[in-house]
Design a binder for this molecule. Structure first.
Ligand SMILES: Nc1ncnc2c1ncn2[C@@H]1O[C@H](COP(=O)(O)OP(=O)(O)OP(=O)(O)O)[C@@H](O)[C@H]1O
Length: 255
């Protein structure tokens, strides 16, 4: 790397994670560029969630290097927003309050600014009119919208998503994929998405990381050269089907 090059947004090198006798990750190397959308796929138990939680700083590696924009990752940070499969909203707060809560501690934001910013992102995810609802009054898809609004509201450089639509019914899932594509077009940021859904990975991503079964290693990285902006209609192209089949084949071959 020369002095003029900026470091990648996320860099993982020689990453190993053991839980007792279980080696979840074994020497994972991965670089994710600024504003790149990368998905991680692979058989159940191959270490996808472990990799994401290490990048989120929610756990420590056994060995290896983890950096965000050249800075070692030593814990969670507001440069990295996280969205999990189950929306982790605070049930006693309204949608508006949940988002505002995430904005507490943002430097230079008054209470009124926080309220405005929260409304802006609630609108962005299509939850206008539900600001005063509590999570229990929302469907699963709406809760994930609120969780997305919350994670985007403080302007993270990286969005880490672990099966964010995995608990949703098929139709809602499709709607959320469309929303994610739209949001990413409007607010380009670096996204790392863990998913079991190969089509979801291909339609959203610039590159798809295929992991080998335990111990998790990077088996192959497949580039997705389908032009952007993409919509779910992009899935109807022959190019899409070929890439999706190739990735499925890689997962099956590794299993
Ligand atoms: N906290 C933990 N303690 C012990 N073992 C763990 C822990 N977290 C993960 N593991 C083990 O590490 C391995 C990788 O788990 P991980 O959840 O990262 O896989 P995954 O690819 O995300 O799986 P899935 O697709 O089923 O969600 C598994 O064998 C799992 O049992």
């Amino acid at each position: 790397m020369t002095a003029t090059q900026t470091p990648p947004r996320i860099r993982v090198a020689g990453l190993t994670k053991r839980f007792g006798d279980v080696t979840a990750l074994d020497g994972v190397d991965l670089e994710v560029g600024e504003n790149e959308f990368v998905s991680i796929v692979g058989a159940s138990g191959c270490g996808k969630s472990t990799l994401l939680s290490l990048i989120a700083g929610l756990d420590d590696p056994t060995s290896g290097t983890l950096e965000a924009a050249g800075v070692p990752i030593t814990g969670p940070g507001r440069d990295r927003g996280v969205v999990f499969q189950q929306a982790t909203l605070m049930p006693w707060l309204t949608v508006q309050q949940n988002v505002e809560f995430a904005l507490r501690g943002e430097p230079g934001l008054s209470r009124a600014d926080r309220a405005d910013r929260a409304r802006e992102f609630i609108g962005l995810v299509g939850l206008d009119g539900f600001e005063s609802s509590h999570p229990a009054q929302l469907s699963g898809g709406m809760q994930q919208r609120a969780a997305l609004a919350r994670s985007l509201s403080y302007g993270p450089d990286v969005l880490l998503m672990d099966e964010p639509f995995g608990a949703l019914d098929a139709l809602t899932r499709r709607t959320m994929q469309e929303l994610l594509l739209e949001v990413w077009e409007q607010h380009r940021l670096t996204v790392l998405l863990v998913t079991h859904d190969i089509d979801e990975a291909v339609v959203t991503s610039d590159r798809v990381v295929v992991m080998s079964p335990r111990p998790g290693r990077v088996q192959r990285i497949v580039a997705v050269p389908i032009p952007r902006p993409r919509t779910l209609a992009s899935e109807r192209t022959a190019e899409f089907r070929e890439l999706s089949d190739e990735i499925l084949g890689l997962i099956h071959a590794g299993a």
